[in-house]
Design a protein around this ligand. Structure first.
Ligand code: BGC
Length: 791
């Protein structure tokens, strides 16, 4: 094995490069027969056992450690990777024809190098909308469709496992990777990500559901100790994973960087062996996040089977541990078995052909459809949107309109061929934008971009371009000549850092000035001002929303974002997106704010963690407990700017009173709700079922989302009946003392609404006796007492 030293920033990175050659099974062995493990007609477990018995120890060790990380822009003398730009590979076993499998990011689509040395061919992938937008559709079938397209691209480019979806909880709005994640609510996160994973795997490639678990911030992500009550872990931070895993049966799970209650997630046996496998029945392999944890042997013993991307030191550590008896062959076999199960099913091992030509045009259309379906209309005073036929001349203010952001940076990024900006989208839809304004912004954009520093490493998030100053006189002139104004604000973020308050969560002074000046000029003439929020996660809105007639939140909508926004503002698509995350009045209103991003441990000194990150050993105590997002705002009586579940439509709906299948809960209950489109435009509505449970013993949030359903596109006057189900676990909370999910006897309120704050109907049912919905195997209690907030 060849090792090379690669310079990386100030440090040195030692990598063993991927070999990447394709090694399909031999057709016949020397005796003219297929061996058992090669015979696809024999049950998988029998094949795995046969292969395991043939593997020399050295290869077993090789299989649990990935082949290292290749960094873009760093050339080497090694043979090319199978898929350039993939995040990692497993090690081949040439003598037995075991192929290396290819693992590639990520959550918004496949991330590989778009160009390769020695060929003119390109390898672009579709940048789909970010996960938060997919969640905003509240449409699991659509999420599955996106997953299937991502999976098809992985297949077409020769990857075996897509390192997605990512479904950590939006615990704090400044968390740098929230855009990769779905929601503040575990039911919505788990359902939407589970269907996405199912879609990916329908294409014969695997997923890696990540980052398991409690990976809710970037600050000190690799050394952070998240101290979380067992109840909050189970109800908030693990529940989404449980739903996703039961929905999709993913091939793999990626453990998180952080520690949970003192133990690295990748070294946490109770989490990986007991919760994930015994309690939930997960049968795949667990891999580390890249360079996570500090002890490969502890990881293997904890049920973390594969170290990624893999280092030579880890190979040595494991070999030594076998030598000195710290790790038994029996233990190692357990890990290897799980890896072999995945390898044997992989496209690479089956030698399946791939042609490097996914249907990018078709996928672009899907990206556009989803981006429009997940756009959330936050405000629409006086019916400012959709634009009418007489409003064909529009001005686009804000440099972001000319430089739309498809998605965030880091491993959640995609190398797409293009991104349609807002102005391009509006122009494609036949709207006229003043040419002088457009060329002025474009010249400014190009000049500012030229000033940006070179990226120091490929994941680096470069500073944003400051807003272009624009004189009031110029704005007044455009107000005369155009029918409506768009004001766009963009934000970007990505792994390695959490977001800032200034110039990120808050608008800059220049942005606010621009909005105020545009509002003054257009409103004087009775012309609407439409704000477009091209952002990855929540920003402050309460202080400026009064200047906007309409606010549309199309998030970071992937490569077709501009076209999708045009579809919504012209009324071609009636918005039906709903917030998957609350917009508080201010960030300090969050239940988690006082505890984010945690505190450095006494005497802690900055240390190099793994290969890529430095950090100060620190901890964050989740004293906000189960009160995350709307669970906090509704229980503590906090007003918000826009509540969870909220989103406007161009039409109106009548939502009928819920019909319960029974007055008492006897193991299951179904709730039927009729929805009628009472307006004049076809549209879709999302009905949300919140439950308010009795709190005789365990304290309860004011309400919790327990089911939801979205109508099909209803024509004016058309009705549809939606059916939602409740199971015992939906009624239950986790009782750490009883070590079980308990539904307490009493009266339950079924709250039917269109957001966490907009409850339209209430119905009740009774539960005669306490029910133990499920018993826990793992004990996840923090080792020290954690004082948690209560209303
Ligand atoms: C990220 C993972 C990603 C991996 C491989 C890590 O830095 O946390 O989400 O899959 O890199 O690129």
């Amino acid at each position: 094995m060849k090792r090379i030293l690669l310079p990386l920033g100030a440090g040195l990175l030692c990598c063993t490069l991927a070999l990447g050659q394709k090694l399909p099974f031999r057709d016949l062995n020397q005796n003219g027969k297929q061996d058992v493990y090669e015979n696809v007609n024999i049950p998988l477990d029998t094949r795995v056992e046969d292969l395991l018995n043939r593997l020399p120890l050295e290869d077993k060790i090789g299989l649990v450690i990935g082949t290292g990380m290749r960094l873009p822009g760093v050339s080497s003398t090694e043979s090319p990777e199978k898929v350039a730009g993939a995040a990692g590979n497993t090690r081949p076993v040439e003598a037995l024809g075991i192929a290396p499998i290819v693992l590639a990011d990520g959550p918004a689509g496949l991330r590989i190098d778009p160009t390769r040395e020695g060929t003119e061919e390109t390898f672009y992938c579709t940048a789909f909308p970010i996960a938060t937008l997919v969640a905003s559709t509240w449409d699991p079938a659509l999420s599955e469709e996106v997953g299937a397209a991502m999976g098809a691209e992985a297949r077409a480019y020769g990857a075996d496992i897509l390192l997605a979806p990512a479904l950590n909880i939006h615990r704090h709005l400044l968390a740098g990777r929230n855009f990769e994640y779905f929601s503040e609510d575990p039911l919505l996160s788990g359902t939407m990500s589970g269907h996405l994973a199912k879609g990916v795997q329908s294409q014969g490639v695997g997923t890696s559901i990540k980052h398991f678990a409690a990976n809710n911030q970037e600050t000190n992500r690799m050394v952070l100790n998240a101290i979380v009550s067992e109840r909050a872990l189970r109800e908030i931070y693990l529940r989404g994973f449980e739903i996703a895993i039961k929905t999709a049966a993913p091939w793999t799970v990626m453990s998180a960087y952080n520690k949970i209650n003192g133990v690295y997630a990748s070294q946490h046996k109770a989490l990986l062996e007991e919760v994930l496998r015994k309690e939930w029945g997960f049968e795949g392999l667990v891999m580390t996040d890249w360079f996570a944890g500090d002890n490969a042997v502890a990881q293997l013993k904890a049920g973390n089977d594969l170290m990624m991307p893999g280092t030579p030191q880890q190979l040595e550590q494991v070999a030594q541990a076998i030598d000195n008896g710290e790790l038994s062959i029996h233990e190692l076999n357990k890990n290897v078995r799980r890896i072999l199960r995945v390898i044997l099913q992989s496209p690479s091992q089956q030698g399946l052909p791939y042609d490097n030509s996914p249907p990018l045009d078709r996928h672009a259309q899907l990206a556009r459809k989803v981006a429009a379906a997940g756009a959330v209309l936050l405000k629409n005073e006086g019916g400012a949107l959709p634009l009418q036929a007489g409003q064909a001349n529009v001005a686009a203010f804000g440099v972001g309109a000319y430089d739309f952001i498809a998605g965030g940076t880091g491993s959640g990024d995609v190398n797409e061929a293009y991104t349609v900006s807002l102005v391009e989208g509006l122009a494609n839809a036949g709207l006229a934008i003043p040419a002088a304004l457009r060329s002025r912004y474009e010249a400014y954009r190009d000049a500012e971009k030229a000033k940006l520093p070179e990226k120091r490493f490929f994941f680096e998030l470069l500073p944003p371009i400051p807003e272009m100053p624009l004189e009031s006189k110029a704005i007044a002139k455009y107000a005369q000549t155009t029918d409506a104004a768009f004001v766009t604000f963009t934000r970007n973020s990505g792994e390695f850092q959490d977001r800032a308050l200034e110039a990120d969560y808050y608008l800059t002074a220049e942005e606010k000035n621009l909005l105020k000046n545009v509002a003054a000029a257009y409103r004087k003439l009775g012309k609407p001002v439409i704000v477009i929020l091209n952002i990855g996660n929540v920003i402050e809105t309460a202080s400026w929303e009064g200047y906007a007639d309409a606010i549309l939140l199309p998030w970071q909508g992937g490569q077709e974002a501009g076209n999708a926004v045009a579809d919504v503002v012209t009324g071609k698509v009636n918005p039906s997106g709903k917030l998957p995350t609350s917009f508080p009045l201010d960030y300090t209103d969050q239940g988690s704010d006082r505890y984010f991003p945690g505190t450095a441990l006494p005497g802690a000194e900055e240390e190099q963690v793994g290969m890529l990150s430095k950090g100060v050993p620190s901890e964050t105590a989740y004293q906000d407990d189960i009160y995350v997002g709307y669970r906090y705002y509704t229980s503590f009586g906090k007003e918000v700017a826009y509540p969870f579940g909220y989103g406007l439509s161009y039409t109106t709906f009548d939502i009928g009173a819920p019909r319960l299948s029974d007055k008492a809960f006897r193991g299951a209950l179904s709730v039927e709700v009729s929805v009628t489109n009472t307006g004049s435009t076809p549209g879709q509505e999302v009905v949300q079922l919140y439950l308010s449970a009795p709190d005789t013993v365990l304290y309860k949030p004011a309400r919790e989302l327990k089911a939801f359903a979205k109508t099909s596109l209803l024509a004016p006057g058309q009705s549809e009946t939606l059916v939602m189900q409740l199971s015992p676990k939906d009624l239950a909370s986790f009782s750490p003392s009883e070590r079980a999910w308990i539904a307490e006897a009493g009266t339950y309120k079924v709250l039917i609404g269109t957001s966490a704050n907009q409850i339209l109907h209430e119905a009740r049912f009774d539960l005669a006796f306490d029910i133990e919905a499920e018993r826990a195997i793992a004990d996840l209690k923090p080792t020290r007492a954690l004082e948690v907030i209560k209303p």
